[in-house]
Design a protein around this ligand. Structure first.
Ligand code: GLN
Length: 274
């Protein structure tokens, strides 16, 4: 689309072909304004460069690109996270596994986040509970770079490891392991719709039935948990029963599922037996 130089901030807030919230986010990003700045600068006219910049951002959004990738940022657990197409965009649903983790931490606990992506879970835990020794691992070097930047920007101390699930861990043990692994089945049509088209497929799908990464983690975690240590796993909206079955079959105690902000069973967990 074209935006005429001379158009004012106020006029553009109503006049762009996007929903009002997305309009505001892109206007702020293009002009370097805060949301309050948009109001106080309503009469300000865009110069040619600003108009071209905004038009390019709006064009990308109209092409389906997620707003978080366009502006390079998304808020999670009240903290700003840098995002790029190397990582999944943090979801509000995932705040549940952070809360469940925080509720279970003794002082100076050791926590492992497997498949850390942007670092959302690890950084939120380390930021909220600086006494915790948080380790985060991911297979993707590009994701680890984003996560390291997020830990630094949020003043969180996290140890990062490149690892294919448990392979780089040696015989280290943790008090709690949390993971939001790829759990969308390869046949799920959502993978070719909306924002998901732009996200890294290896962070979304196991390229199988959706349960294979969950199975790998449930099977391997007891060797890296202290007796009584918790494993907490985020999973798909229809996977809670199957995941509880995997926990129970693998001999975990206190197997349970918890509901997210939308009332969907989103995290299941269990404890390594003594
Ligand atoms: N919750 C994400 C979605 O449904 C998927 C995240 C994941 O696969 N770990 O879009």
């Amino acid at each position: 689309m074209k935006i005429a130089p001379g158009a004012t901030v106020g006029a553009l807030q109503a006049g762009l072909p996007l929903d009002p919230l997305e309009n505001r986010i892109l206007l702020c990003h293009a002009l370097g304004l805060t949301r309050v700045g948009l109001i106080t600068n309503a009469e300000r006219a865009l110069n040619a460069e600003e108009a071209a910049c905004l038009a390019a951002l709006v064009g990308r959004r109209q092409g389906g690109e997620p707003i978080a990738y366009i502006v390079g940022q998304r808020e999670f657990f009240g903290l700003p996270f840098q995002v790029s197409p190397a990582v999944l965009i943090p979801r509000p649903d995932t705040e549940l596994i952070v809360e469940l983790t925080l509720e279970r931490l003794a002082p100076r606990a050791r926590v492992l986040d497997m498949g850390s992506g942007s670092g959302a879970i690890a950084v939120a835990v380390a930021h909220t509970r600086p006494d915790t020794a948080v380790t985060a691992l991911d297979l993707s070097e590009d994701a680890l770079a984003v996560a390291r930047a997020n830990a630094a920007a949020n003043g969180a101390t996290v140890r990062f490891l490149r690892s294919d699930w448990f392979t780089a861990l040696g015989n280290e043990a943790f008090d709690l392991i949390a993971s939001n692994p790829p759990y969308i089945a390869s046949s799920d049509e959502h993978l070719v719709q909306g924002d998901l088209r732009f996200e890294p497929s290896a962070a979304l799908t196991d390229f199988a039935d959706g349960l294979s990464a969950l199975r790998t983690i449930i099977k391997g975690a007891p060797a890296h948990l202290i007796a009584g240590g918790w494993l907490l796993l985020e999973h798909g909206y229809d996977q809670a029963e199957a995941v509880r079955g995997l926990f129970t079959d693998a001999g975990y105690a206190e197997v349970e599922s918890w509901r997210d902000v939308n009332g969907i069973e989103r995290v299941s967990g269990g404890r390594r037996r003594k």
